[in-house]
Design a protein around this ligand. Structure first.
Ligand SMILES: Cc1cc2nc3c(=O)[nH]c(=O)nc-3n(C[C@H](O)[C@H](O)[C@H](O)COP(=O)(O)OP(=O)(O)OC[C@H]3O[C@@H](n4cnc5c(N)ncnc54)[C@H](O)[C@@H]3O)c2cc1C
Length: 397
């Protein structure tokens, strides 16, 4: 049973009481097991927390995972039981590619079945109120006022010239010199500004922005966008787990067993040179547990509301406070048949499903709040009459 709620006794006895400390591979394969096991608290049973906990347990540490919800998986979440028999829908992560080395490793380790996502022969595109159905490798007559060169390049050519060509300018983020002057420079501007500085016209930028699928690119740094896109571009095929992606976190959580405590919401973390203290709210009230180390995996939009002591550096606090997150709304529609395949669009739909109304969860200053309420009323107008539509996911036999 996944649902091992934290009991008062487990908390009073300390972290080890609800933790798992046996290497999971069995005695024959105990290479790399530490001789000085530590008590480790992992906060969050999303994929990051579960993999961290799994690896720490493999190395012989005493690990307890505290998870606020009553299920593992976090943003990997498969909706079940809401649709006709055997139909399910992904509310979070949909697919992963062959360059996702970590995910691929655990999919193999846990023997989970994968399905390759087919490439559709056709693509349906909505741009500025026009709907185009084109073969995958062809481009529609973009309703953008592009220069002759830009029109010749098309969306794919513009992408290569202004985005892909910059990938090699960015050094490995794990190298000691990182970030160098060039990465700092990329970090100071959005990708739109980056492309505009390199000569892309406003209309070309609009097309690029369309390719990137979202308003967020008006805010995210070019460094982040380029790094992510370079990684995405390395994937040659895309997959999902047959029967639902939640099987990955579920299988990891099952291996961790009672080491995962559900319904345990962390509200603060403090540390001194000896120990880390984690304050949490459970069915049994407010508790505090001590550990040698803590691994924090919830998004910063959560962590910024915790009580963090002054040992957390100013730079880390600033990162936690200011990291930008997007909200996304998905609407699910069930149908008897996958009617959209008639147009050769295997993985898409013939509907204008482009973009949801979005809002940032970055905390706002008073001025920014006023700006934001102005923007929201503009957004309402745009959602009604503009080219953006809510995201719709179709679930069909
Ligand atoms: C709609 C959507 C679609 C996506 N599509 C894709 C995709 O197709 N491919 C892809 O690779 N990625 C996709 N992603 C991103 C991917 O799902 C996430 O990057 C990944 O799941 C994040 O895992 P994580 O463990 O870092 O965080 P999370 O999954 O957020 O895990 C954090 C965990 O911490 C728990 N928690 C939060 N607060 C507390 C607290 N106070 N105390 C204790 N526990 C707490 C949460 O309940 C959660 O279980 C998508 C995400 C979303 C939302």
């Amino acid at each position: 049973m996944l649902n091992s709620r934290l009991t008062r006794r487990a908390v009073i006895n300390g972290v080890g009481a609800a933790s798992l400390s046996l290497p999971l591979r069995g005695r024959g394969q105990r290479r790399g097991v530490t001789e000085t096991p530590k008590k480790v608290v992992v906060i969050g049973a999303g994929i990051a927390g579960l993999i961290s906990a799994y690896e720490l347990v493999q190395r012989g540490h005493k690990v307890t995972v505290f998870e606020a919800r009553m299920r593992p998986g976090g943003r990997i979440y498969t909706l079940r039981g809401l649709f006709a028999e055997n139909l399910y829908a992904e509310a979070g992560a949909i697919d992963f590619g062959d360059a996702y080395a970590t995910i691929m490793r655990y999919v193999e380790l846990l023997n989970l079945p994968v399905v390759n996502i087919p490439v559709s022969p056709n693509r349906v595109t909505y741009a500025r109120g026009h709907r185009y159905v084109t073969a995958q490798e062809r481009e529609p007559p973009w309703p953008y006022d592009l220069s002759a060169t830009e029109r010749q390049l098309g969306r794919a050519g513009i992408w290569d010239k202004y985005v892909v060509s910059a990938y090699n300018d960015i050094a490995d983020a794990l190298s000691t010199a990182w970030p160098r002057a060039v990465e700092r420079e990329f970090d100071r501007q959005t990708l739109n500004a980056f492309a505009a500085h390199r000569g892309l016209s406003n209309e070309g930028v609009a097309l690029l922005r369309f390719t990137l699928s979202g308003d967020d690119y008006d805010h995210v740094s070019a460094l982040q966008t380029l790094t992510t896109e370079a990684f995405v571009g390395k994937n040659r095929k895309w997959m999902r787990i047959r029967g639902g992606n939640d099987q990955l976190p579920n299988a990891l959580a099952a291996r961790l067993g009672s080491g995962v405590c559900y319904g345990a919401t962390v509200v603060g973390v403090s540390q001194d040179p000896e120990k880390v203290r984690v304050s949490l709210s459970t069915g049994a009230g407010l508790q505090q547990v001590e550990a040698d180390h803590v691994v924090v995996t919830p998004p910063f939009s959560v962590v910024r509301n915790w009580e963090l002591d002054s040992t957390i550096s100013h730079a880390k606090r600033a990162a936690i406070q200011n990291m930008r997150y997007e909200s996304l709304t998905r609407v699910y529609v069930q149908s008897r048949k996958r009617f959209w395949t008639h147009q050769g669009t295997k993985t898409g739909t013939p509907f204008p499903i482009f973009l949801s109304a979005r809002c940032s969860t970055t905390p706002l200053s008073k001025t920014a709040r006023m700006e934001s309420s102005k923007r929201k009323s503009n957004m309402k107008r745009r959602v009604r009459c503009g080219p953006w539509y809510p995201t719709i996911a179709f679930v069909g036999r």
